[in-house]
Ligand binder design. Structure first.
Ligand SMILES: Nc1ncnc2c1ncn2[C@@H]1O[C@H](COP(=O)(O)OP(=O)(O)OP(=O)(O)O)[C@@H](O)[C@H]1O
Ligand SMILES: Nc1nc2c(ncn2[C@@H]2O[C@H](COP(=O)(O)O)[C@@H](O)[C@H]2O)c(=O)[nH]1
Length: 221
């Protein structure tokens, strides 16, 4: 290593130039696998934080209040809407779901990434509010038969709920072309690798790397 140039005199750490955070959205018809992929992403990426939605839907078995969702009453949801407490919200499957405002804007400036498991209505609203920080990925099932199989195998919803989600699937899939990326979730590991590659590439986008401006200035003298 003796003949390697000494880089210690550089005033920038070139591995950690400042960048803006991004809002990384995963959408899909119910049952295609976005919750599974979100959990895999959160387990493997330290720099991304889940945006925990509020919902009027009752918790499913195993879901934890404050971790999977903030489970709220209809009255509480009304109050949050009136107080302008949501970044976006939408009715889905007879319940209401919304992204609490929290500190997303400040976090993005600091370089914090946020993961959103939201539907096409919420995606459109985030795009309208802040297009430059938004990256959206639509997850498709390999077939509708497989989607039905996954919803049934998950065994968390009644047959009636599974059927109503299947009825909605075509309408949701019709929004696929509004997304930046589309990935088919056939093999979950292969799909996850693609989703993670998208996140990594988007982090490197020139317009997000705000630290490049002072770096290049210094580089050029
Ligand atoms: N590639 C895959 N192959 C087989 N099963 C899968 C695959 N991906 C996810 N699953 C399974 O399919 C079921 C539905 O997945 P998941 O709950 O992640 O879907 P979702 O899109 O988040 O649904 P919802 O919108 O209703 O929350 C789960 O039981 C999950 O383990
Ligand atoms: N527009 C929003 N959609 C959301 C939000 N949180 C979740 N969702 C979407 O709702 C459906 C159903 O979810 P489930 O957990 O009941 O199966 C799914 O498509 C989610 O992506 C939100 O805050 N805003």
């Amino acid at each position: 290593m003796a003949d390697m140039p000494d880089s210690s005199s550089h005033s920038h750490d070139t591995d950690t130039l400042h960048r803006r955070g991004l809002m990384f959205i995963l959408s899909s018809p119910s049952g295609a696998g976005k919750t599974t992929l979100s959990r895999m992403l959160l387990a493997s990426e330290e720099e991304i934080m889940l945006s925990v939605s509020a919902t009027t839907r009752p918790p499913r078995e195993g879901e934890v209040d404050g971790k999977d969702y903030h489970f709220v009453s209809n009255e509480e949801f009304d109050r949050l809407v009136e107080e302008d407490g949501f970044y976006e919200w939408a009715p889905v499957f007879g319940n209401r779901y919304g992204t609490p405002k929290g500190h997303i804007r400040e976090g993005l400036k600091r370089g914090q990434d946020y993961l959103f498991d939201i539907d096409w209505q919420g995606t459109q609203q985030l795009y309208q509010k802040d297009q430059q920080d938004t990256v959206s990925v639509f997850i498709l099932p390999p077939s509708l038969d497989e989607l039905h199989r996954r919803l049934t195998a998950r065994a968390l919803d009644s047959e009636e709920v599974v059927n109503s989600r299947m009825e909605r699937a075509r309408a949701e899939i019709s929004h696929w072309a509004e997304y930046d990326y589309v990935v088919i979730n056939d093999n979950v590991d292969a799909c996850f690798t693609k989703v993670r590659e998208i996140l990594h590439a988007e982090r490197m986008k020139r317009t997000r790397q705000t630290g490049l401006i002072p770096f290049v200035r210094e580089l050029m003298g």
